[in-house]
Design a protein around this ligand. Structure first.
Ligand code: ADP
Length: 534
């Protein structure tokens, strides 16, 4: 017997329709690439997205075609997402911090036909265009700010959308159709394309709204500092309009001063980004003795959030931290930390210990940890194993079948992370499996050591790598960037760590540096650190 409810495909354009009808006046505020703050609302975003859709069709873009975006978070970028998906084409976000060769590879692999780009990326694309599949470049600006360019069929976005009247109806198609695309950073082999569907985006964004996840309501003002090009922009381009939140888009200025200015000036209540961004903000606020008056929640993921960072946000600024783990292949959220009633976490310190974990799977994600023979390991908070996941918004294959079959016989995807899961279902990431330090047949977590080291008041940032050792196979080496004006000694740092970790986890040495290289998504680039120091 079938249910007798209506068939209402979960298509992304329904999100902006809903926002325009129910929350039409709600503001979308951007720091424009040109400089000034720009204000619009969901009603106008929808109107202009319809023009984008209509204009794309005029340029011959069809269902399933890939359209690249190389842009920071602004209202125009948001409009392109809805315009592209509204005709069943596929937005392909490109991280501008990738090497030019990687950009060339992924554009051609995706066979992108048209690209929307910010003015700042025009010189880069001029250098690459002869090698690319792209037939037209739409530059996200108006006629007045349009740069002189020899990009193929280049046009200013505002002029381009003004060539149509917006009298257009969204296309209709299957909810499993491709919607967006994002390439993994490809630390091993070539980058691989993850293809989100309309269904996975809608279901995932609904999940993201729930109280133990983003906790969003119509009362909120959310600022995704995480760029749209990082792992599907953590779904905020959909979840914010779904909930009818005011949306603040920070453009290209992601330094502490600019972020603070928007957090306070626009009365932001919820924000999201990787730890390196928050490091800059916290430094700026500490140096200038500033406070946060409206922010209540900050979502931190992409790399492990040190306990010391959670402590600062919560104790010094009264902001709740939601520590999340995820990956491009997961749409991207896999877990978020909430203090379940099962914990006997009565005091602040015990709560902070739990919050340093990456949290529990929300509904729609299943997880398990396994050993090398695929045997499931216990959820005791101590045993670590390879983390595998399954769910409505987890990849089942890469674009063009790259890398072959990626699921095990039970349909689980191997995340490449090593983790423990505690009896209440909260996971803690130990490392990427390739980064765990194997010492004397046991594993040492570089993440745990880094998190401990940044708790020292003179430490700005820390990285840990494994270095070859004749007896123990590998031993940890700690690399430190001291805070401005501080010069901690090796003994001070190791003394601080003593007693907080097992003796054999203690780094063999400490190296002080001025800079630690990061990947395009703000992770410590261990390969590069290793190459520089060993
Ligand atoms: P990229 O590889 O392009 O940076 P992803 O965002 O997909 O893109 O990276 C996913 C990986 O980032 C995860 O598999 C995990 O190793 C790491 N990661 C993400 N969030 C966390 C977190 N909260 N703690 C520790 N590691 C994290």
């Amino acid at each position: 017997m079938q249910g007798l409810m209506q068939d209402w495909p979960l298509l992304c354009h329904r999100v902006i329709d809903h926002a325009a009808i129910q929350h039409g006046n709600r503001e979308v505020v951007s720091r424009s690439i040109e400089g000034p703050i720009h204000r619009t609302n969901y009603r106008d975003i929808r109107k202009r997205a319809l023009k984008v859709a209509q204009r794309l069709e005029k340029d011959g873009i069809k269902l399933g075609d890939r359209v690249a975006t190389l842009a920071w978070n602004t209202w125009r970028h948001l409009e392109t997402w809805y315009g592209i998906t509204g005709i069943g084409a596929v937005y392909h976000t490109i991280n501008p911090r990738l090497f030019p060769d990687q950009i060339t590879y992924i554009v051609n692999h995706a066979e992108d036909r048209l690209m929307f780009l910010d003015t700042t990326f025009v010189p880069l694309m001029e250098k690459l265009q002869d090698k690319l599949t792209i037939q037209r470049y739409v530059i996200l600006t108006d006629r007045a700010h349009m740069p002189q360019t020899r990009l193929r069929n280049a046009v200013a976005y505002e002029e381009w959308i003004d060539e149509v009247n917006g009298d257009f109806t969204w296309a209709s198609f299957d909810e499993n159709a491709a919607c967006g695309m994002c390439y993994t950073s490809g630390t091993t082999g070539n980058p691989k394309g993850v293809v989100y569907s309309h269904r996975s985006n809608v279901l995932h964004s609904l999940m993201a709204l729930t109280p133990d996840a983003f906790d969003l309501s119509v009362q909120d003002t959310i600022m995704p500092v995480v760029p749209f090009f990082h792992a599907n922009g953590w779904t905020i381009a959909f979840s914010a309009p779904m909930a009818g939140c005011r949306l603040i888009l920070p453009g290209m200025k992601l330094d502490g001063v600019s972020i603070y200015e928007l957090l306070e000036g626009e009365r932001v209540t919820m924000t999201a980004a990787v730890p390196t961004i928050w490091l800059m903000l916290l430094n700026h606020m500490e140096t200038n003795n500033l406070k946060l008056s409206t922010l209540r929640r900050v979502l931190i993921g992409g790399s492990a959030c040190p306990r010391a960072m959670i402590e600062k946000f919560e104790k010094n600024y009264g902001v709740t931290v939601a520590h999340a783990w995820g990956m491009t292949e997961m749409n991207p959220i896999g877990s978020i930390c909430a203090i379940k009633p099962d914990y006997d976490a009565k005091d602040v310190e015990a709560i902070l210990d739990v919050k340093a974990k990456q949290g529990a799977a929300p509904f729609s994600v299943e997880m398990k940890i396994v050993d090398d023979s695929e045997k499931e390991l216990p959820w005791d908070g101590k045993t670590f194993g390879r983390l595998k996941v399954k769910g409505v918004a987890v990849a089942k294959a890469y674009f063009k079948g790259e890398g072959g079959s990626i699921l095990d016989e039970n349909g689980f995807f191997d995340t490449g992370d090593v983790a423990t899961i505690d009896p209440y279902g909260n996971l803690q990431i130990t490392d990427r499996s390739k980064d765990v330090i194997k010492s004397g047949g046991e594993w040492i977590s570089s993440i745990d050591l880094e998190n401990l080291a940044v708790g020292h008041p003179k430490v700005m940032e820390a990285a840990v790598i494994g270095v070859r050792h004749p007896k123990w196979d590998e031993r940890p080496l700690l690399i430190i960037i001291p805070k401005k004006g501080e010069s901690p000694t090796r003994e001070e740092i190791l003394g601080y760590m003593e007693g907080k970790i097992a003796k054999w986890w203690m780094p063999d040495d400490v190296v002080f540096v001025e800079e630690i290289p990061h990947t395009a998504t703000g992770k410590v680039l261990r390969r590069e650190v290793r190459a520089r120091l060993t």
